[in-house]
Write a protein that binds this ligand. Structure first.
Ligand SMILES: *[C@@H]1O[C@H](CO)[C@@H](O)[C@H](O)[C@H]1NC(C)=O
Ligand SMILES: *[C@@H]1O[C@H](CO)[C@@H](O)[C@H](O)[C@H]1NC(C)=O
Ligand SMILES: *[C@@H]1O[C@H](CO)[C@@H](O)[C@H](O)[C@H]1NC(C)=O
Ligand SMILES: [Cu+2]
Length: 354
């Protein structure tokens, strides 16, 4: 069973070809926006199409050809494994995971012909369930259920026999599978009180650490197993649903103060030593922290986001606007989420006027 110290982390959305050169990023315009939509709001036909597209990605041949990788699924997981000590515990945590979500969605479209919405997990809605196995996410026709046995491997759903191969930087694992340990308790940090604290932050520098704390821990902790592995969690397709939700929260926060929050960036650029010591990796090398002219220990809009060779490098500035050419998406929020947010926003509006 995988058990690692869980530290707040991040994630993200979709789009259109971006060509980068050393000095400029030329982007195609955003013409057709992709919907980022709660899994709970997808029709059953849309759910089936998404699951089938994920299964296709899990069979698609590797593009990275790194040791041990056979499929694009391995490649995506590898990009996250390799950069676990680069893009966690830092200001670019949210932008990096937004871009990772986008790249995953683009691969579904390019490689598997997927045309539907990109789902996220409305964790606030599921936080009030008595048992997480009742969630629409964890049904046998969706992502399957909890794990069992010594390894806590899942035994139900379309991904029960998925062979995973990547686990830690510098090593490939002998095949393993998705482990889970569903528990609704961890979704308490997706409840209104927890979101409330983050929505009230007035600067990105304060907000990212809040989003990277309790809300980020919610879906990772509630799914358990592989999802609490800071390196290899994208092996479980629920990872994208969870980070899509976290990204929806960040985007909702951004929209509460536009256009200012399209350029509000900050936070440390390099993880704390204590964080990387827990990971056992050491600090990221200069190739990740001091490139393309960016210097210092503060994340800026010029910071480069890389998913290895799976997609072009972009900058943090390129992904700040969900309606921009790199992400090119529309976030769809449920009625129940809107009600939660309205309560929060009304709450602090009242505070301001008192
Ligand atoms: C970066 O800044 C953070 C505080 O914001 C500090 O904890 C960390 O040690 C710094 N890292 C480096 C490499 O300067
Ligand atoms: C993307 O960024 C990474 C990290 O700085 C760098 O190593 C890589 O060479 C860049 N790739 C391209 C195509 O510029
Ligand atoms: C949620 O609120 C947004 C505007 O803030 C609105 O566009 C959307 O239609 C609402 N969602 C539902 C399901 O009513
Ligand atoms: Cu991550």
């Amino acid at each position: 069973m995988v058990r690692l110290s869980w530290i707040p982390f991040v994630f993200a959305s979709l789009s259109v070809a971006v060509e980068t050169t050393q000095h400029s990023t030329r982007e195609a315009a955003c013409t057709v926006k992709v919907q980022h939509k709660p899994w709970q709001m997808l029709t059953s036909a849309e759910r089936t199409a998404y699951i089938n597209a994920e299964l296709c990605l899990m069979e698609a041949p590797t593009r990275l050809n790194v040791a041990g990788s056979k499929t694009l699924w391995d490649d995506l997981q590898w990009a996250h494994i390799l950069q676990a000590n680069v893009m966690h515990d830092v200001g670019h945590f949210l932008p990096w995971h937004r871009y990772f979500f986008v790249v995953h969605g683009n691969l579904l479209r390019e490689e598997c012909g997927y045309t539907g919405p990109l789902p996220y997990w409305d964790e606030t809605a599921d936080a009030s369930l008595s048992d997480l196995s009742r969630s629409p996410v964890f049904q046998n026709t969706a992502f399957g259920g909890t794990g069992s046995g010594a390894q806590s491997y899942i035994t139900t759903g379309p991904f029960a026999s998925l062979a995973l191969r990547m686990r830690r930087p510098g090593q490939s694992a002998s095949n393993y599978r998705i482990s889970r340990s569903l528990n609704v308790r961890s979704l308490a940090s997706a409840r209104q009180a927890s979101l409330d604290a983050c929505f009230q932050m007035t600067t990105y520098t304060a907000a990212w650490e809040c989003w990277g704390g309790s809300p980020h821990g919610a879906g990772h902790g509630a799914t358990g197993g592989l999802m609490v592995d800071v390196f290899a969690s994208p092996g479980d397709p629920v990872f994208y649903l969870h980070h899509g939700w976290l990204d929806a929260m960040w985007w909702k926060w951004q929209t509460l103060d536009l256009p200012g929050r399209l350029t509000d960036m900050g936070g440390r650029n390099v993880p704390r030593l204590s964080y990387v010591q827990r990971l056992g990796t050491g600090l990221p090398g200069r190739e990740w922290t001091d490139y393309h002219g960016e210097r210092g220990n503060i994340t800026t809009l010029n910071h480069i986001l890389s998913v290895n060779e799976l997609a072009p490098n972009v900058t943090v500035g390129n992904v700040m606007d969900v309606g921009g050419s790199v992400v090119c998406a529309d976030y769809i929020f449920s009625n129940s989420f809107n009600a939660t947010i309205n309560t929060i926003v009304d709450g602090f509006m009242t505070t301001f006027t008192e």
